[in-house]
Design a protein around this ligand. Structure first.
Ligand SMILES: Cc1cc2nc3c(=O)[nH]c(=O)nc-3n(C[C@H](O)[C@H](O)[C@H](O)COP(=O)(O)O)c2cc1C
Length: 303
């Protein structure tokens, strides 16, 4: 294959280094093919200390859900225009993380986005659908052309990854909790496999066929929709919005954030299984068309 003469911007935020590892792996085939890959890390002026404490973790919920941006260190780009932008982001509280959301609201970045193809890549625990829709809408508003999406998740059962992610976020160690639980976050093999997705992007960029990129990525399972998680996230989204609005109006938010924390535990361990059971009996068997249409909404890059 001839060397490709393309300029690519890969921009992302990462606390634990997971997204950094993903971006490095994902972009390696592009660099190998000869593209110039410029990596830019988003840095909030006041960054969030990692690892988190429990109360700080929950304290960012209202700003995440209500899309309130934070100030970023000045963004420095070598070029005025790129052939492709790769955006790595992570969901926080079913929303784009505050640093990612702040980037999407940044005028300098929006100017770069205009008329530029974008590939988005997210690394979540397992609930990324609502954050993706919001990222996709922001990209569209900025006039970007979203051509591909890769959604990486922790594939362990929902309650297991809920426990292990807290261990990870509060200890800073991406390790097995108590030596009983599996490793938290996106599995090493799934991170390694992003190289395959990067190769597909390289081919499509080289051959000017970015319009069929997402179909190809989907064939390689770059996005997989889990029905129970889709169901749970759809129920949680409006409830999070109500909590965020109530909490953001309080002078003393601490007790409300504690209440939200307990709500979250109860909703996940009790509410979700009950609703999922009722759904499996009364709704799901008669909704296959609607479910298929819903899934399609999240598999596609256009809305
Ligand atoms: C405050 C906070 C909220 C999070 N909320 C979600 C969520 O709603 N859904 C989800 O799948 N993952 C959630 N995660 C996990 C992140 O998406 C991500 O996988 C993890 O923080 C590692 O990202 P990193 O690249 O910054 O290290 C959350 C993480 C943090 C820190």
């Amino acid at each position: 294959m001839s060397r490709m003469n393309k300029r690519i911007l890969a921009i992302y935020y990462s606390q634990s280094g997971q997204m950094e590892e993903i971006i490095d792996t994902f972009t390696s085939p592009l660099t190998e093919a000869g593209a110039e890959v410029e990596k830019v890390v988003i840095r909030p002026l006041e960054d969030y200390d990692f690892p988190w404490t429990g109360s700080r973790f929950f304290s960012v919920m209202p700003s995440c859900v209500l899309s309130i941006p934070t100030a970023l260190e000045p963004l420095i780009f070598k070029q005025e225009k790129y052939d492709l932008i790769i955006l790595g982001y992570q969901p926080w509280f079913l929303s784009p993380s505050i640093p990612s959301n702040s980037l999407l609201q940044n005028n300098q970045f929006k100017t770069l986005l205009k008329g530029t193809p974008v590939v988005a890549i997210s690394a979540a625990r397992n609930m990324w659908l609502n954050a993706y829709v919001r990222v996709r809408n922001s990209l569209k508003e900025a006039g970007a052309n979203l051509v591909g999406n890769v959604a990486l998740v922790d594939k362990h059962p929902n309650v297991v990854s809920f426990i292990t992610i807290f261990y990870w976020m509060l200890s800073g160690k991406k390790e097995r909790y108590l030596n009983i639980f599996p490793k938290p976050g996106v599995a090493e093999e799934d991170i390694a496999n992003t190289e395959t997705f990067g190769k597909i992007v390289a081919d499509h960029l080289q051959n000017n066929t970015l319009d069929t990129l997402q179909d190809e990525l989907l064939k390689q399972n770059a996005v997989v929709i889990n029905y129970s998680l889709m169901f749970t996230e759809a129920r949680a989204k409006p409830i999070f919005a109500v909590w965020a609005k109530i909490i953001s109006k309080r002078k003393n938010q601490a007790p409300w954030l504690v209440a939200f924390k307990y709500y979250l535990f109860i909703a996940l361990f009790l509410g979700a299984p009950v609703l999922l059971t009722l759904d499996a009996i009364f709704l799901k068997p008669f909704s296959s068309k609607r479910i298929k249409a819903n899934k399609l909404k999240y598999l596609q890059v256009n809305n």
